[in-house]
Ligand binder design. Structure first.
Ligand code: GZL
Length: 339
C-alpha cells in the first residue's frame, strides 16, 4: 500500500503541473467569444508541442509504479513542450490495443508502449505505421518485424537471467535444488529471464536443478501463493528460490517465514528489479541478491520521442545500464535507492 501511495504522491506532484491529480486539463480562461493572441499564434504556428501517447501495463509491481512515476514526473515537468496522454491497461493486452488505436485517432507524434506480452501486436502496429506514427517500446519487447517499431528502450533480460544463475551458484557452491517464480506468462521479461537462467545452468552448473517453475504473474500476492504450494510439495528439499521480480520474492519470503523456514539462510534467494523492499529484506538477513532492472526510464523515453519528432534517427535498442546488488552492501545501498 505504501509503495502505491508513494507512487501516487509522485504522480500527483508531477501532474499538479497539469492542474491537479485528475487527468482533466487545467481550466482554460472563460472564452469571451474571441481568441487570445496566444491561441491565434499557436494555431497559426501549428502545434509545436511534442504529443505522446503511452499505453502502460498496469500497477502489478513496485517496479511498474516506479516506471510510471518516472514517466509522469518528466511529462509534468515539461507541460510547455509536451502534450502527454497516459493509459493504464490493467494488465490487459486488449486495453493496450484500444489505447494505441485512440492515440492513432488523435494523431500523436509518438506512441509509447510497455507490451504486457510479446505477441499479438502486428495489426495495431501496422495501423500506426500506416498513420506514420513511430512506436517506442519501453521495458518490454514485442515479437514483431523490425519495421513495425522504431526502438526498444530497456534491459537485457537474458543477461539478467545469466547473472541470477551465477549469483545463485556462488550461494549454493554450484549445487542444489531451485524453485522458480516466473513473471507474467508471455511477457518478454519473463521469457528471457527464464531462458538466460536455464541456459546458464545447462552450460555451467550441472548440479543445480530447477525442480519446479510456475508463474506468479510478477505480483507479491501470487508469488506468495505459488511459494506456499512449492513448500507443501518440496519442503526442505528446496535450497534456493529464483524469482523473475523482487515483488514475487517478497511474497515468497512471507511464505517461507510462515512455514518456519529462514529465507536468506535455509533457502537462498535471487530475484530481479532492485526495489527498496528487497534491499530491506537483505538488510534483515532474509534475502541474498537482487539483479537490478532500471525502471527510471522517463527522461530517456521523452528525449527519444523528441528526437523522432525532430526527424533524427535513434538506435534500435537503447540498453539500460544495471548492476547486481548483494546482502553484504545492502545497508549502505538502501538509502541511495529511489524506487
Ligand atoms: C522489466 C519489467 C518487469 C519487472 C516487473 O522491464 O517489464 O515488469 O521486472 C514488472 O517487476 O512487473
Amino acid at each position: 500500500m505504501k509503495r502505491i501511495i508513494a507512487a501516487i504522491l509522485t504522480v500527483c506532484i508531477a501532474s499538479l503541473a497539469f492542474g491537479g491529480c485528475a487527468s482533466t486539463p487545467a481550466e482554460k480562461p472563460a472564452s469571451t467569444g474571441t481568441q487570445s493572441t496566444a491561441e491565434v499564434v499557436s494555431k497559426a504556428e501549428g502545434n509545436k508541442k511534442l504529443t505522446v501517447g503511452f499505453a502502460q501495463i498496469g500497477q502489478e509491481s513496485g517496479w511498474r509504479d516506479a516506471e510510471t512515476a518516472s514517466i509522469q514526473f518528466y511529462a509534468g515537468q515539461h507541460v510547455d513542450t509536451i502534450d502527454f496522454k497516459f493509459a493504464d491497461a490493467q494488465q490487459k493486452q486488449e486495453n493496450q490495443i484500444k489505447a494505441i488505436k485512440s492515440f492513432i485517432e488523435m494523431g500523436v507524434d509518438v506512441i509509447g508502449l510497455a507490451p504486457v506480452v510479446e505477441t499479438g501486436w502486428d495489426a495495431v502496429f501496422t495501423e500506426a505505421k500506416d498513420a506514420g506514427i513511430p512506436i517506442v517500446l519501453l521495458d518490454r519487447r514485442a515479437k514483431v518485424s523490425d519495421d513495425l517499431y522504431t526502438t526498444f528502450i530497456g534491459s537485457d533480460f537474458i543477461t539478467e537471467g545469466q547473472n541470477a544463475a551465477d549469483e545463485l551458484a556462488k550461494l549454493l557452491n554450484n549445487k542444489g535444488n531451485i524453485v522458480e517464480l516466473e513473471g507474467t506468462v508471455g511477457a518478454s521479461a519473463a521469457n528471457d529471464r527464464k531462458k538466460g537462467f536455464d541456459d546458464q545452468l545447462a552450460a555451467k552448473y550441472p548440479d543445480m536443478k530447477v525442480i519446479a517453475s510456475q508463474t506468479g504473474d510478477f505480483t507479491r500476492a501470487k508469488g506468495k501463493e505459488v511459494m506456499e504450494s512449492f513448500l507443501k510439495t518440496y519442503g526442505n528439499k528446496i535450497n534456493a528460490v529464483y524469482a523473475h521480480n523482487d515483488d514475487m520474492m517478497l511474497g515468497a519470503i512471507e511464505a517461507m517465514k510462515e512455514a518456519g523456514m529462514k529465507p536468506g539462510k535455509d533457502i537462498k534467494t535471487v530475484s530481479c528489479d532492485g526495489v527498496k523492499g528487497i534491499f530491506q529484506a537483505m538488510v534483515d538477513g532474509e534475502a541474498n541478491v537482487t539483479v537490478e532492472c532500471n525502471p527510471l526510464l522517463g527522461p530517456q523515453f521523452f528525449e527519444t520521442c523528441q528526437k523522432l519528432k525532430n526527424g533524427e534517427t535513434v538506435e534500435k535498442w537503447i540498453k539500460s545500464q544495471e548492476s547486481v546488488f548483494r546482502a553484504d552492501t545492502a545497508a549502505k545501498d538502501l538509502p541511495t535507492r529511489v524506487y
